[in-house]
Design a protein around this ligand. Structure first.
Ligand code: AMP
Length: 401
């Protein structure tokens, strides 16, 4: 049955200082008609850009946007003027805690449950719940769907979810949840399409290397383990996030440096990672440009590649071997030098890159006949959100039908 209000689905993905939204026409072709990027939220000179599906810029400004809500308001005002009839809005919700293992329609009950989870994820959930309310102000009757980044990992084996901590904390929800689930889910579907269902059901490691970075071990299409844990600050070092630290480091900051909690949170989330080690930039392209003349840039790159290699080895151990390795996201899709560096010394796992294919960012970059197929794949979390939203909307319409 056709959705009641047209076939356009808006997706909303709010990061800590950025907001990405996209408008899809979800008929057979799944066309992205608009995409907006709002960056540097909270800083003096923000960035607001809207493009059409062909990449032509429709709006570009440098407004001062104090917070996420102001950014979303500005975009929705712009969108309302176009009068595109929306069928639904899909939100990326970073943390669904223990409650959600799949996307669901937003209901008052869900909003209550998620606001109860705010102590588990104070950096994301409050602003994500606010986005739901803001959309409702603009479109009071529109269906909204929450797509959780944790859902894909919700049924990892217990051994991958445990922290070695007393049981009470496990029962309270102090566990390894894992994130970037929408990206992993999209890529596993895409892999089934391009490489066949058998390849997608094999032992797969996906390295999602962007500003946020994590690696996941997947078997039978299901998550077996991943590098991020209780929060998206854990695991592999990232643009500005520290990744895993000895808890003693945090205790030292609190006890010996008398750092207040917000300062510790700011340090591990916004001042660590590539930015912290290099002292230059969180952006790996900037660091590559300075690698030859600035040893701190070179060291930050080296640490990133070394950690990625270590985690790849660890996750191959968790899977008991490897059939496919996938590189994705800004770094994984576009930086051959980094992929080569990460894969160095992984030949013992059967990973052998073909230099020419790697340089070209080809779809398959491993040498023909090598034991592990190494792929470069473009991720699309927005489309995954739009697909889930369409599915839930159809379900809703059928039930009300
Ligand atoms: P993402 O968070 O997925 O947008 O990835 C951002 C990271 O990818 C930054 O460290 C960028 O330097 C790096 N990157 C390298 N090449 C590109 C590219 N062509 N487009 C976007 N990001 C890139």
């Amino acid at each position: 049955m056709k959705p009641k209000h047209g076939k356009h689905i808006l997706t909303i993905n709010s990061g800590s200082s950025s907001l990405k939204t996209a408008l899809f026409l979800m008929d057979k072709k799944e066309t992205m008609e608009l995409s907006a990027r709002i960056e540097r939220i909270g800083l003096s000179r923000g960035y607001f850009q809207i493009k059409d599906g062909k990449g032509r810029i429709l709006a570009e400004e440098h407004p001062r946007l104090p917070d996420q809500d102001a950014a979303l308001n500005k975009f929705l005002k712009w969108l309302q003027k176009r009068k595109t009839p929306l069928a639904a809005v899909g939100h990326r919700v970073v943390n669904g805690g223990l409650h959600y293992d799949q996307p669901e329609l937003v209901t008052p009950r869900m909003e209550k449950t998620l606001s109860g989870l705010e102590p588990l994820d104070p950096n994301h959930l409050p602003q994500e719940l606010k986005a739901v309310k803001t959309v409702r102000r603009f479109y009071p009757d529109l269906a909204q769907v929450a797509c959780f980044d944790t859902a894909f990992h919700r049924h990892m084996p217990d051994v991958a979810q445990w922290y070695p901590l007393p049981r009470e904390l496990w029962r309270e929800g102090v566990r390894r949840y894992g994130f970037h689930g929408l990206s992993y889910e999209y890529l596993i579907h895409e892999m089934a399409r391009v490489a066949g269902p058998q390849a997608a059901r094999g032992r797969v490691i996906i390295a999602h290397l962007g500003n946020g970075a994590s690696v996941a071990a997947i078997r039978g299409g299901k998550s077996m383990d991943t590098t991020m844990g209780f929060t998206p600050t854990g695991g592999l070092m990232m643009g500005t996030r520290s990744g895993d630290l000895d808890p003693g480091v945090v205790l030292y900051l609190l006890r010996e440096k008398f750092m207040p909690l917000p300062a510790v949170s700011d340090l591990v989330n916004h001042r660590a990672g590539l930015l912290g080690v290099s002292g230059i930039s969180p952006d790996l392209r900037d660091l590559m440009a300075q690698r030859a003349k600035n040893p701190r840039a070179a060291e930050a790159i080296e640490l990133f590649c070394y950690q990625a290699r270590k985690f790849l080895g660890a996750l191959a151990g968790a899977l008991g071997g490897l059939d496919t390795l996938v590189f994705t996201a800004g770094i994984g899709e576009n930086m051959p030098w980094i992929r080569r560096r990460i894969c160095q010394r992984l030949d013992f796992l059967g990973i052998h890159l073909d230099s020419a294919l790697n340089e070209r960012n080809a779809a398959v970059i491993s040498r023909p006949g090598s034991q592990v197929t190494v792929r470069v794949m473009r991720t699309n979390e927005e489309l995954m959100i739009a697909r889930h939203t369409r599915r839930l909307l159809r379900h809703k319409i059928r039930n009300e039908g």
